[in-house]
Write a protein that binds this ligand. Structure first.
Ligand code: FES
Length: 553
């Protein structure tokens, strides 16, 4: 019986004699590879979302993969056992072009002002130097890379280090997803699979991205990497086991506490990085604040110019692990809030990432009908984080859900849209997941603000960082209590502050030094040890505006 093969949304009749890789290639789909289909590079991964049982069994080369991931060069379509009707195999490569990945930052204090160029890589005649030490003789250009290495997405910028000009940028889904979608499962995977498979897979993808840039990769002499502590440490081949165990510390923090190093930043050569950049290039991993407040949060502080900020500001990056930084040039507090994946669509029946088909905007009109906007203007397949926030807010506004997250119609399910696979809907159990994610964020806000001794109203600017923050509606977020009760104009949906901070650190060694010093001044609040944490969490699980608690000044 014929099987339809759908790869990255393109369909064809499956050919049992050809691997998924060959069939993708025949459709003009670019599958990453460095081993020419030998089963060695592990880059040709696909995620199979339908029809897993219609594929040949896993091979030895795929032993490292879990769940529904396969190596496309090793996998053939056979048809389902006992199949009597036409089957479907639906899969996608790890580079999904339609994924909404935020590459820019917005609303920063330095917007429009040129950064004083002061890179670590300089030229003296035909000598190219890093911190004054010659690494090459060439009259060619000098380039650098800034990278924000996230658990889900990777953003890379290529810059001319002599002019500061952005030459190109790119982004892709982090291919390490085969080791789990969130940090703790990546740590468990890395600990149980020797050979640095996660790092090597990422290096393969990154190498392809760098080779596609319009410059000779050997003219790249420096790279600045920011990311959460686990992603950064995996990239630098550090043991990440300790980040997954209480008290959740990176090996670099432990070594610093033991006096073995003076900074949590990391460095290695281009050669050791496995990337096609200059072998003597320096790869610099920006310092982290703690095991769960990483170099990405540190880079956000640099982008927001916290070292010179007179006003009290807050930076919140809502995600599986929400990072919160509050302070000004005199004092800075930071915390991480274990929110879980609910607001990224994880653990939600119809949840999905911000891809084509995701409901991203919801309004209930005067007739009680849902008005939705779907990414890509296609049939709705699920609902992403910003859509969930809107939906909760609208249900609350119209009285169809109460503050405790209970639906008023006794059905325990609200249908949002018709569509494939039973349509798009929200369950009361989904709301519980979202309530707990919100509870963790609110607890983080209360712990940090009460420790600082300030009220929400003392905050001059509240930056919502990250792709999720960029697409949130402030009004909806205020109504459900995802963000503190502040005048809407004080919120800045700032987008990718982390890549901006990485870029600043690449272009200016003065700023990089400022970052090193800034990080050492941050006071890290451990939420779980705060005496009121549980009360704050329970309060925060309710869907209502988050008012300040009386603070002790
Ligand atoms: S192409 Fe290298 S493992 Fe499949």
């Amino acid at each position: 019986m014929a099987v339809t093969l759908i790869i990255n949304g393109q369909s064809t009749e499956a050919n049992a004699a050809l691997s998924l890789f060959d069939q993708a290639e025949a459709m003009g789909i670019d599958v990453p590879t460095s081993c020419r289909k030998q089963g060695k590079c592990k880059e040709c991964m696909v995620e199979v979302v339908e029809g897993l049982d219609a594929l040949t069994p896993m091979t030895e080369a795929e032993r490292h993969l879990k769940g529904n991931f396969r190596l496309s060069c090793q996998t053939f379509v056979t048809g389902s056992r006992g199949q009597t009707s036409p089957g479907i195999v639906r899969c996608h490569t790890m580079r999904r072009g339609h994924m909404v990945i935020e590459r820019q930052a917005y609303g920063l204090p330095a917007d429009g002002q040129a950064l004083a160029l002061d890179p670590a890589v300089t030229r003296d005649g035909d000598r190219i130097l890093i911190d004054g030490v010659e690494v090459e003789r060439s009259t060619g250009p000098i380039h650098g890379i800034a990278m924000d290495l996230g658990t889900t997405t990777v953003v890379v910028r290529l810059l001319d280090l002599e002019s500061g000009e952005l030459i190109a940028d790119t982004s892709f889904e982090n291919p390490q997803r085969f080791g789990g979608s969130e940090i703790m499962s990546r740590i468990a995977y890395d600990t149980s699979h020797p050979g640095r498979l996660l790092m090597r897979t990422l290096a393969g993808y990154l190498s392809h991205a760098i080779e596609k840039f319009p410059v000779d990769p050997k003219t790249i002499y420096e790279m600045v990497v920011v990311g959460n502590s686990t992603m950064r440490d995996l990239f630098f081949r550090q043991n990440v086991y300790s980040i997954g165990q209480t008290p959740y510390r990176s090996i670099t923090e432990i070594e610093m506490a033991e006096g073995k190093r003076t900074t949590t930043s990391l460095q290695e050569s281009g050669l050791r990085s496995l990337l096609p950049i200059h072998p003597k290039a320096r790869v610099y991993g920006a310092p982290i604040i703690s095991g769960h407040v990483g170099a990405d949060a540190a880079a956000c502080m640099l982008a927001a110019d916290l070292a010179h900020e007179e006003r009290l500001i807050a930076i919140m990056d809502i995600g599986t692990n929400t990072e919160l930084v509050v302070g000004n040039k005199d004092r800075i507090l930071a915390a991480s809030c274990p929110a879980g994946p609910a607001f990224e669509g994880g653990a939600i029946a119809c949840g999905m990432p911000a891809l084509d088909g995701a409901v991203e905007d919801v309004v209930i009109d005067e007739n009680g009908q849902f008005r939705i906007r779907v990414i890509g203007d296609v049939q709705p397949e699920g609902i992403c984080g910003s859509g969930l926030v809107d939906l909760l807010s609208e249900l609350l506004r119209t009285g169809r859900m109460n503050e405790r997250g209970r639906f008023e119609d006794d059905l325990h399910r609200i249908d949002l849209a018709q569509g494939a696979n039973g349509g798009v809907y929200l369950l009361e159990s989904d709301v519980n997941e979202l309530a707990q994610a919100k509870g963790a964020n609110v607890a983080g806000l209360h712990v940090v603000f009460s420790t600082y001794g300030i009220d929400f109203d003392d905050i001059g600017v509240f930056y919502l960082a990250g792709g999720f923050g960029r697409h949130l509606k402030v009004e909806s977020s205020l109504r459900i209590g995802l963000v503190p009760s502040l005048a809407p104009e004080r919120f800045v949906r700032a987008g990718n502050l982390a890549i901006e901070g990485a870029t600043i650190a690449l272009l200016s060694k003065t700023k990089r030094q400022e970052l090193e010093e800034l990080v050492k001044r941050v006071e890290h609040c451990r939420l779980e040890t705060h005496p009121n944490f549980f009360d704050f969490f329970v309060e925060g699980c309710q869907f209502k505006t988050v008012e300040p608690i009386p603070c002790a000044r």
